[in-house]
Design a binder for this molecule. Sequence first.
Ligand SMILES: Nc1nc2c(ncn2[C@@H]2O[C@H](COP(=O)(O)OP(=O)(O)OP(=O)(O)O)[C@@H](O)[C@H]2O)c(=O)[nH]1
Ligand SMILES: [Mg+2]
Ligand SMILES: [Zn+2]
Length: 375
Amino acid sequence: MSHHSTNTNTNTEGRTTHPLDTLGWNSRVAAAFDAATGGSPHALLPARVSEARRGAVGVRLPQHATAALAPEVRRAAETDPATAPTTGDWVAVRRSGDTWLVEAVLERSGTLVRQGVAKDSHDQVLAANVDAVLICEAADQGPNVGRLERFLSLAWTSGAAPVVAVTKSELAGDRLPEVVELVTSVTTGAEVHAVSAHTGEGLEELSALLRPGATWVLLGTSGAGKSSLLNALAGRTVMETGAIRDDRRGRHTTTHRQLIPMPGGALFLDIPGVRRIDVPGDETGVDRTFADVNALADACRFGDCSHDTEPGCAVRAAVDEGELDSRRLERWFKLRREAEWNRSRGDARMRAARRQESKRNTREGREAGRLKRGY
Ligand SMILES: Nc1nc2c(ncn2[C@@H]2O[C@H](COP(=O)(O)OP(=O)(O)OP(=O)(O)O)[C@@H](O)[C@H]2O)c(=O)[nH]1
Ligand SMILES: [Mg+2]
Ligand SMILES: [Zn+2]
């Protein structure tokens, strides 16, 4: 049963408003809610997951509440963790005694997924329903272009638009233009902004990108200054920040993912810093990140050129002419191989899951037959 429509009001400009507007509610989500709840016998309300913890989630209705997972949602999550409600998700909840239950996770758009690193591990959904990814790379620590390319690949794969923030800009001193140029050289098709949470540099330009209702996720290593940037953009302390210690092993200041509504109407997902990023089994993000190299590859003589020793290779020619950094080319090869490998791993897992499924179906079929036959 759909109940959100009873909460819908029309404001003076004739535009329809909804209590969840400030949390990113829109017509796509409304349609997803109707689709997911159509046949339900329960009175369901839409809510957005603002915090994901084990076994339960923090939701906004828009008031804060904690919701446990309904048995069906929990079972689905046990089979495939990627279906578990995560930060940014829209869900359908219902009241059950004095608790809330998540009855359904609504269809997602823009999902930031990290490839699981364990041998048979599933992908980890870092954030759902994301419109843009703000990748943070500290100006005083490199920058690490290989890491940036990984973050960019992840962002492009999610379907959300990446923007790169070169954080702690004041610490780079005279080197800042050089750092920004290096970052820009590996950031094809996305904006790069040098910002400082301490001096306020670049904050206005960044704020101008934040549309009301849009959901942003912060991506970067621990200590990159994500939470500090969020506080600076918000103009007040919305997140704890922490000094970087010498022994940075496992020390994250932000320890769980959280959805923060900003004064201007955008929403931010602050997540603990990620150290290792494996690109998921989807080459589209890698290809998008290396759009410049791909454009060169289009001009190779052979359509299936491996850019190794073939004659008429436009990619190698660009390296020889100094137009393309050979190290960037190597990193492209590496990320492509990694994506392909993870895809084949994912396919293998899917085949195994399908085998399980068909085994179960056969068993159930056998049992059903037995019932029909009376034993
Ligand atoms: N000098 C300078 N230091 C900054 C700036 N922004 C953040 N820092 C410092 O960098 C450290 C880490 O900042 P956080 O915002 O906690 O980093 P984080 O990316 O949220 O880290 P995790 O939550 O662990 O992922 C803190 O000591 C901040 O004070 C800046 O613009 N300039
Ligand atoms: Mg943080
Ligand atoms: Zn080639």
